[in-house]
Design a protein around this ligand. Structure first.
Ligand code: SF4
Length: 380
């Protein structure tokens, strides 16, 4: 099927879209802790590349609402790239808990160290140099170059793809349409205020041109939008159906010692949840290949009736749980006991926290054994 617009937009149309978008952004820009708004920019303020980069890494696959608190927590603890580069790996991994995709936290540290070692603690301004840094792909490089340094880089994420597909009525399904949408987004990127343009596109996609029920009547681009004119806005962008995620199974062992300590194990540095603390468990095996039990110590293990179901990017995990209570002399073959005062479920990755919440009723309450809510991370 041919798209409604096969050529790039003419200059006049691109300029009209850009002008309408920036005028709207000047009125409606969302306030964010990492953002220098249009009014502040006009007064001469410039964004801090460290904050822009940190927010962009945190925002991948996550919402603005979910990022605000961890962003401020990071900033308070590590106010600049040199401070983050000097942080302990385990501290950063614990502070990242809840944001998911832990490989990003490892790359965050590697990138902070590379900026410090290779660039004297200053982020480079060019997309090409940014892409040489660990964990910075095309999207993050473009976002940092545009927002922090006002370079005319086309910043294209899922929100922008959606807006552009609708604006130009691109009916080719994703992911095949990606190059076309990127070319259209690049053609719209202005020489003047490219950073504000990028943020305006993001805001429009997040607040007006939303995935379901786009707010076309309130949209500053309504009169310029081919998708709206053709009555296709809600249907776009089209997507090729996704294949089903395969399923994996595993067993996690939750054991509490008589003094209230919990047995935790740090996962290997590479691979899924690499370097994070979790409950000792079996390998996660493919469906049809049940996991072989691998308890971390001899105990009277009891199964928990409910299972944890957790969806990772490439598979769905069904995690069975076994619980036990042991005496003070129990010696595990793996992991270490973490005292209740040092145990914080909030510092565990989401799947491990889900396991704790499901298994919790199987452990009778005991004042000394219940974990303290708070940011303290276990040091096992
Ligand atoms: Fe999106 Fe509607 Fe605006 Fe077009 S008019 S960009 S479909 S909100």
């Amino acid at each position: 099927m041919r798209d409604a617009v096969d050529a790039l937009p003419d200059r006049g149309r691109a300029a009209a879209i850009g002008a309408a978008l920036l005028a709207w952004y000047d009125r409606e820009a969302r306030a964010m802790p990492w953002r220098v708004g249009p009014g502040e920019r006009l007064a001469g303020a410039r964004p801090d590349p460290y904050r822009v980069w940190l927010s962009e890494v945190m925002l991948q696959q996550t919402t603005v609402a979910a990022v605000r608190t961890p962003f401020l927590r990071f900033l308070e603890r590590w106010p600049d790239v040199a401070a983050l580069a000097a942080a302990e790996d385990a501290e950063v991994m614990a502070a990242w808990a809840g944001l998911g995709y832990y490989s990003r936290a490892r790359n965050l540290l590697a990138c902070a160290r590379a900026v410090t070692a290779r660039h004297g603690g200053r982020f480079p301004a060019e997309e090409a140099a940014l892409r040489m840094l660990p964990g910075i792909g095309p999207y993050t490089a473009a976002a940092v170059a545009a927002i922090a340094f006002d370079r005319p880089a086309a910043v294209v994420d899922g929100n922008v793809e959606r807006v552009v597909a609708r604006l130009f009525a691109v009916e080719t399904p994703l992911p095949g349409a990606k190059p076309r949408l990127a070319a259209l987004a690049a053609a719209l990127t202005p020489e003047r205020r490219p950073g504000d343009h990028a943020q305006a596109m993001m805001d429009l996609g997040a607040t007006v041109c939303t995935p379901r029920r786009p707010g076309c009547p309130a949209c500053p681009l309504a009169g310029l939008c081919a998708g709206r004119a053709r009555g296709l806005a809600e249907e776009l962008p089209r997507r090729r159906p996704r294949p089903e995620r395969p399923e994996r199974r595993g067993i996690a062992y939750l054991v509490r010692r008589a003094d209230g300590a919990w047995l935790l194990e740090r996962r290997p540095p590479r691979g899924l949840l690499g370097g994070m603390l979790g409950w000792p468990g079996t390998d996660w095996t493919a469906a049809g290949d049940p996991p072989a039990p691998a308890p971390p110590l001899a105990a009277d293990w009891r199964p928990v009736a409910a299972e944890v179901v957790h969806v990772f990017t490439h598979f769905r995990l069904r995690l069975s749980l076994a619980v036990a209570e042991v005496g003070g002399d129990a010696v595990p073959t793996r992991g270490s006991f973490v005292a209740p005062a040092a145990f914080s479920p909030a510092a565990l990755p989401t799947v491990m926290r889900k396991a704790f919440e499901l298994a919790r009723p199987a452990f009778p309450p005991r004042a000394a054994a219940m974990p303290q809510r708070g940011p303290v991370s276990p040091g096992a």
